[in-house]
Write a protein that binds this ligand. Structure first.
Ligand SMILES: [Zn+2]
Ligand SMILES: [Zn+2]
Length: 393
């Protein structure tokens, strides 16, 4: 299939993909509750005669195309879950479910991946390997990728490719870079144990609020004193809970927040220093600090060869590829990249609102672009792996 037919094939699917995306948009489901979405996807895949492989996932679908000539296996991934947000777009196809919305555009990812399923199915007999489609649940809770890995669906896969819509980029522009693209997103809860008293006699207490205040201030020294100027990290304390009366010093205080970083070495330094600072400062006040980590995804780090194949694909299809600025948001696609080489790209969707905004919208004319890019890149990666006779990325 030539690049022109690939592109026109995607354009011809445009209306179908828009219908699918709008159906998903009307019926958003939260992480690990994507039952209707799963049924809908299965019905579309069956209708297209695509093989569905049962890995025992409760929600989400794994499907396969190709492999008729043997060859390597690669995976294309889309996330399918929505967010607990009340939609405020006023669109005719707005969410029918109160308090739930596809505000991160995973409906777009799912429809675009279906476009690639349809396009690759059309050329199935010529494919130089197998394309496994991961319609993954629960990205927003950073749980779904690991569930897919645990199911065994990544076994035998040589490379994994995924994307996120990007409101800041115009339609037809794709953000592709090797190396770090999105941050590791670690959450923390610190419990500071002191000992309460009447507020009038603080000398009989170990005041957890004073200790917590010093911990918050001291944590801000980690990025400035322990992280090189050439690297970056963020520590944000976003919740402080303690006490319930104006005249009682409480027993405990709890801090919560998040740490973002783009490099595993920086990440481990920051996490280690965080624990030392929290425990050390608490001890200085006679209190105790216990840090509980709320597991987020590691950083999204793209494979150099796959990024290069991505840029080539974009160029031959006539799209513009740009080197995107890394995003401090987290993305559970990173879990796959710990297991196999992967490429995650930003697909331009020309929106006026950022991800997770109640008025989040995107330009649906990006659907065929995403579909053609997924398709073209899958073909290119399979050809590359088969021509190398087994050498990996
Ligand atoms: Zn999101
Ligand atoms: Zn998202």
């Amino acid at each position: 299939m030539t690049n022109t037919t690939l592109k026109s094939g995607a354009e011809a699917l445009s209306e179908t993909l828009i219908d699918i995306r709008r159906h998903l948009h009307r019926h958003p489901e939260l992480s690990n509750e994507e039952y209707e979405t799963t049924k809908y996807l299965i019905s579309l895949l069956e209708e297209a005669g695509v093989t569905i492989v049962d890995y025992g996932l409760k929600t989400g679908v794994i499907a396969e195309v190709g492999g008729l000539q043997g060859g390597p296996v690669i995976a294309l991934r889309a996330d399918i879950d929505a967010l607990p947000i009340q939609e405020e777009t006023g669109l005719p196809y707005a969410s029918l479910y109160p308090g739930k919305m596809h505000a991160c555009g995973h409906d777009f990812h799912t429809a675009a991946l279906l476009g690639a399923v349809y396009q690759l199915k059309q050329q199935e007999s010529q494919l130089k390997g197998t394309v496994r489609f991961l319609f993954q649940p629960a990205e927003e809770k950073a749980k779904g990728a690991q569930q897919v890995i645990d199911s065994g669906a990544l076994e035998g896969v040589r490379a994994v490719i995924g994307m996120h819509n990007k409101p800041e980029l115009p339609v037809g522009t794709i953000g592709i870079k090797s190396g770090p693209l999105m941050a590791a997103a670690d959450g923390f809860a610190v419990e500071i144990k002191g000992s309460g008293s009447h507020a009038a006699v603080p000398e009989t207490s170990v005041d957890p609020i004073v200790a917590a205040s010093h911990i918050v201030a001291a944590l801000q020294s980690i990025v400035s004193r322990n992280v090189s100027a050439l690297h970056s990290a963020v520590i944000s304390v976003t919740q402080i809970h303690s006490g319930n009366s104006w005249n009682i010093i409480p027993d405990t205080a709890v801090l919560e927040g998040t740490i973002r970083s783009f490099d595993e070495a920086v990440r481990s330094t920051v996490l280690k220093r965080f624990e030392q600072v929290a425990a050390g400062v608490a001890a200085a006040f006679g209190a105790e600090a216990r840090v509980r980590w709320i597991g987020g995804p590691p950083p999204v780090i793209n494979d150099a060869l796959l990024a290069q194949l991505g840029e080539e694909t974009s160029a031959v299809l006539g799209y513009t590829s740009v080197k995107p600025v890394p995003s401090p948001a987290g993305e559970d696609f990173a879990f796959y990249q710990r297991v196999v080489p992967g490429l995650f790209v930003f697909m331009g969707t020309a929106g006026s609102r950022e991800w997770h905004h109640p008025a989040f919208e995107l330009d649906e004319s990006a659907l065929p672009v995403a579909s053609a890019f997924f398709t073209g890149l899958a073909v290119r990666v399979l050809e590359h792996f088969s021509s190398e006779g087994g050498a990996g990325a």
